[in-house]
Design a protein around this ligand. Structure first.
Ligand SMILES: [Zn+2]
Length: 237
């Protein structure tokens, strides 16, 4: 098996495709390209690090449920915490999906997608937030991301692109999130609402999935709005 993941790997229930890289999980076929990107970053004065790489189904389920239950904050586009008490199940679901994937549908399951930051821009005890403020003009990671933009413009990003660069009302533009196109496109093609539903049904049966009725009723729409992400730019494969 060279390019293909098993169905369990696509939905984060098996991590045999993942290797450790300084504490983050990466698809073994992405590692060399990431090292090349990282070495270019170093030459440009950045210390490119991964804040979050591979994430399992269970980990994503914990994050998702935590937000649905109100144990973890859900933010709006301006970084303010949303009050969830008055929201319908559907609105709560959409608010969560703006910044967090449905378990089984996270691109982080594939090991091709990473959230990155520049360790040289902050002190060693800095807690990376992955916030809009950090990556916007005046933010501590703004320079790194401008450099990455330039690299992509010149098609020298070693296969990495930004799947969430455009805001079409689904996932918020997450500048920190990079994806490795040569594999991610293959995996994205292999995904389907049915595959995600089968992973989620298991969790729902075990009564560990919050909002499962709202998910069930709206899965097709959710899939097209939050899971499929046509990019503005991607490397020529
Ligand atoms: Zn991410």
């Amino acid at each position: 098996m060279l390019n293909n993941l098993t169905l369990d790997q696509l939905v984060g229930r098996d991590d045999a495709h993942v290797v450790d890289w300084n504490g983050a999980g990466l698809n073994s076929q992405v590692l060399n390209s990431f090292k090349r990107l990282s070495s270019d970053a170093k030459k440009a004065g950045f210390d490119l690090r991964i804040a979050s790489g591979f994430r399992s189904f269970d980990r994503q389920l914990t994050i998702f449920n935590g937000k649905a239950r109100g144990d973890r904050p859900i933010f709006d586009d301006n970084g303010n915490v949303i009050k969830i008490d008055d929201l319908s199940s559907y609105d709560l679901l959409c608010s969560i999906l703006r910044f967090s994937a449905l378990p089984g549908a996270s691109r982080h399951h594939w090991g091709t997608d990473i959230d990155v930051y520049d360790a040289s821009a902050v002190s060693s005890d800095y807690v990376v937030q992955l916030s809009l403020k950090e990556v916007s003009s005046g933010g501590i990671f703004h320079s790194l991301h401008n450099w990455l933009d330039l690299l992509m413009e010149e098609d020298k990003s070693h296969g990495f692109y930004r799947p969430y660069a455009v805001d079409s009302g689904g996932v918020a533009p997450e500048r920190w999130h990079l994806s490795f196109a040569p594999l991610a496109f293959i995996y994205e093609d292999a995904m389907s609402p049915e595959l995600i539903k089968s992973a989620l049904d298991d969790a729902a049966r075990e009564k560990t999935l919050e909002l499962h009725n709202a998910i069930d009723e709206n899965l097709e729409e959710i899939y097209n709005r939050f899971i499929i992400s046509p990019p503005e730019w991607a490397p020529v494969l």
